[in-house]
Design a protein around this ligand. Structure first.
Ligand SMILES: Cc1cc2nc3c(=O)[nH]c(=O)nc-3n(C[C@H](O)[C@H](O)[C@H](O)COP(=O)(O)OP(=O)(O)OC[C@H]3O[C@@H](n4cnc5c(N)ncnc54)[C@H](O)[C@@H]3O)c2cc1C
Length: 457
């Protein structure tokens, strides 16, 4: 127990809404992994001023703080593994300023990505990063994990849109990072340092995001291939021919079968792979671009290429992609879900090596995801209740990381490190980079109270 009565009364003075009720604490003890740990107190601040008071009390009493958005993370980053205080941002979910001329928006961290998108669309604007969790995950969580999504192939990831942040540091002091201009070159880029730092360097209370004009038209298509190699080749060919679709999502054979069993919509279960493709912009160029993509797929013997005729049909294609996560749970009770990324030119090699690994390990490995930027969700399917099989699965995951690094890839394209990837981080970063990163952490948080036990072993 790190919170005594004295500390608790200071927290109560600083933040009106908090709970220590065990049933409520349970709700803040986990994320989308199965990792769980109870906090001792959850605070629901409504302003930066309240967050400052929480940080001051925690700093004084050396209480761990875990900031939390919606808890949809895939790495355990929002799990309060050392107890202490969770700061939940559900009550800080406002749009503070929308400057349509200067093309930026300022928001509180608890706003849900989709809600921001709806409001921006009313002004003809668009915030591109679109994690598949966009209907529940928060902008604060997206920024602190460096989230990406299907649109990243054309528009980039969260990191590319963060212009500035208000950050409460561990001792309760506040920094305002970044710019309001189109560019800037003063001082260290603390904004970039904060993005993807998973709440280990500071608590974000305001976020300034770049926005773009809403594309007037989106064209959606589904391509079906007999051979997986052709589906993967299509990705490389499309990009090599300087076409820039907004989405290029890959769905492998096992995922197709699982989704068909789950949705029963007549998917081609004997296909080797599918691509979900979107182009956008003015209507004619978007349609022309899709026709060129169709031509490439035809040359690669695509068995089918269907362009959605209306928004409902487009949504039905997206339903296939969005159902994969739930559908593959039917194979085995436990899914070890990694989001490794390789150079786009090496996806085919990656797939071959994952096939071989699956055979060697005697475990199904399901692959799908953002092929357009080389970010493949590799799912090693197992049963955590079966100790021998689970050990084999963990070893397979380590091999997935080794293969990824051998192909010049990275262990995470968008989910981050949290607890799940922490044991492997040295493989990618090496000792010297881990050591300097730990010194940076100490400069921001000398008592190690901000989301302790995450990212670095
Ligand atoms: C079905 C499903 C699909 C998904 N698809 C994608 C996808 O396509 N792309 C993708 O990138 N991710 C995806 N994810 C993972 C997850 O949604 C993202 O990582 C998301 O960015 C997490 O947001 P959150 O609000 O849930 O944050 P949380 O999980 O609550 O927190 C994530 C991290 O951010 C920190 N944090 C949160 N708010 C703050 C703050 N204000 N200040 C400081 N630190 C803070 C937390 O401490 C934690 O370290 C998916 C998850 C699910 C369940």
């Amino acid at each position: 127990m790190t919170i005594n009565e004295h500390a608790l009364s200071e927290l109560r003075r600083g933040c009106i809404n908090l709970t220590t009720d065990k049933a409520e604490l349970l709700l803040y003890s986990f994320d989308a992994t199965k990792i769980k740990h109870l906090p001792e107190c959850v605070c629901f601040p409504e302003s930066t001023a309240e967050v400052i008071e929480i940080a001051k009390a925690c700093s004084k009493h050396k209480i761990p703080i875990t900031p939390r958005g919606a808890g949809t993370g895939f790495t355990g980053a929002a799990v309060p593994i050392q107890g202490g205080v969770v700061i939940a941002f559900a009550r800080m979910n406002r749009i503070l300023k929308l400057d349509a001329e200067a093309m930026y928006v300022e928001v509180e961290p608890g706003i849900v990505n989709f809600e921001l998108g709806k409001e921006l669309a009313r002004h003809g604007l668009f915030y591109p990063p679109d994690p598949a969790s966009l209907k529940s995950s928060t902008i604060g969580g997206n920024v602190m994990t460096g989230a990406g999504g299907p649109g990243a192939v054309k528009y980039g990831v969260t990191r590319d849109y963060v212009m500035g942040l208000t950050v409460v540091l561990a001792d309760g002091s506040v920094i305002e990072t970044g710019i309001k201009t189109a560019k800037g070159a003063v001082g260290y880029d603390l904004t970039s340092l904060m993005v993807g730092s998973e709440g280990t360097l500071g608590i974000v209370t305001k976020i300034r995001l770049k926005v773009l004009p809403l594309p007037p038209s989106v064209v959606t298509a589904l391509a079906v291939f007999d051979a997986r190699t052709a589906a993967v080749d299509a990705v490389t060919r499309i990009l090599r021919e300087r076409l820039l679709p907004r989405t290029l999502e890959y769905i492998d054979r096992t995922a197709i079968r699982c989704v068909e069993e789950y949705l029963k919509i007549g998917l081609p279960v004997d296909a080797g792979g599918m691509l979900l493709i979107e182009t956008d912009g003015d209507e004619t160029p978007a349609r022309d671009e899709m026709q060129k993509i169709h031509g490439i797929c035809r040359e690669l013997d695509a068995r089918g290429f269907t362009i959605a005729q209306n928004a409902d049909e487009a949504q039905s294609f997206w339903k296939i992609r969005r159902s994969i996560s739930a559908a593959i749970n039917r194979i085995s009770p436990t899914k070890l879900n990694e989001d490794i990324t390789v150079p786009r030119t090496r996806i085919a090699e990656l797939m071959d090596r994952l096939d071989a690994l699956s055979q060697r390990a005697g475990l199904p490995i399901v692959n799908f995801g953002h092929a357009g930027d080389g970010n493949i969700h590799v799912n090693v399917m197992t049963d955590a209740a079966n100790a021998e099989e689970y050990a084999r699965a963990l070893k397979a995951v380590e091999e997935v990381f080794d293969i990824t690094l051998e192909l010049d890839g990275t262990l995470s394209g968008e989910h981050g490190v949290g607890l799940a990837k922490m044991p492997y981080i040295r493989k990618e970063l090496g000792e010297a980079e881990v050591a300097i990163s730990k010194r940076l952490k100490l400069a921001f948080d000398p008592d190690n109270i901000l989301n302790p036990g995450k990212i670095f072993p």
